[in-house]
Design a protein around this ligand. Structure first.
Ligand code: BTN
Length: 256
């Protein structure tokens, strides 16, 4: 049996922040920080992540993959795929993934991934890589329902399964699956990850509107992620845009 260092916290601002801190202090790869609730849970694009007690799973795993910083988008895709596969196996659901990190059930988001990097100075070997992968997973809806601003877009795993949900089982299977997919990535097999990811792509054949970091809107058909994990969109004029950052909105499906 693998013994794992799990840091369990009742409350913290963000498990990603704790992971970056203890990671920089030398925490071993595979260390997991899990919190009952977060006061400053954060997501992509500086959004906050609702982290009420008893509602979800909020955890971060520390990894030290031998990857270059430009490969971080691939880690996010690998982790999203891993969480999908974990809940598929455990609860017989078929989630979709909206690039880069939204996990959807019935078209609404139930989980998100936030990967961040840091580095640790090691006296003997120099720089040690540090990647923290944070996962927020809504297991149950909040007692009074989702807040009005999330109502249309958020869901919880329990609303899509008829089995009892165990937070501990979800945590264990997700952590194991993330380590496994990232290991494949380190071994150079992003191709298989990408193939499996694309089987779950919520944007496949759909028209997307991309709001660039400068606030411009680009509308076009999704071509899926490229070999670097970066989303491409082809607009009406045939120009292919690579989405490095910014927000993506799904519109209708292309007919024909
Ligand atoms: C997103 O959808 O944009 C990503 C959301 C990631 C939320 C999780 S909750 C655990 C970890 N700690 C954080 O502050 N964020 C991640």
């Amino acid at each position: 049996m693998v013994t794992r260092n799990i840091i369990r916290l009742d409350v913290t601002d963000s498990t990603n922040s704790v992971a970056l801190e203890v990671g920089q202090q030398g925490a071993a790869p595979g260390t997991v920080i899990v919190a009952e609730t977060q006061t400053g849970g954060r997501g992509r694009l500086n959004r906050s992540w609702l982290s009420l007690p008893g509602m979800g799973l909020y955890f971060t795993i520390i990894l030290r993959p031998r990857l270059t910083p430009d490969q971080l988008p691939k880690v996010t895709l690998a982790a999203g795929l891993a969480v999908c596969k974990a809940v598929e196996t455990e609860y017989a659901v078929l989630p979709k993934i909206k690039w880069p990190n939204d996990l959807l059930l019935g078209g609404s988001k139930f989980a998100g991934i936030l990967s961040e990097t840091g580095s640790m100075q090691n006296g003997s070997t120099g720089q040690e890589p540090l990647v923290v992968v944070g996962v927020g997973l809504n297991l149950f809806p909040p007692a009074g329902g989702f807040p009005v601003e999330l109502k249309e877009r958020a869901t919880a795993l329990s609303l899509h399964v008829d089995r009892e949900i165990s937070a501990e089982t979800v945590l264990e299977t997700c952590v194991f699956a993330i380590e496994k997919e990232v290991q494949h990535l380190v071994m150079g097999d992003f191709q298989t990850i990408l193939q499996e990811w694309m089987q779950r792509d919520a944007s496949k054949d759909k028209i997307l509107t991309w709001v660039t970091p400068k606030g411009q809107k680009v509308t076009g058909v999704s071509l899926g992620p490229d070999v670097d994990g970066i989303l491409r969109i082809r607009d009406r004029a045939g120009t292919i845009h690579t989405v490095l950052s910014g927000d993506i909105n799904l519109a209708g499906k292309i007919s024909g």
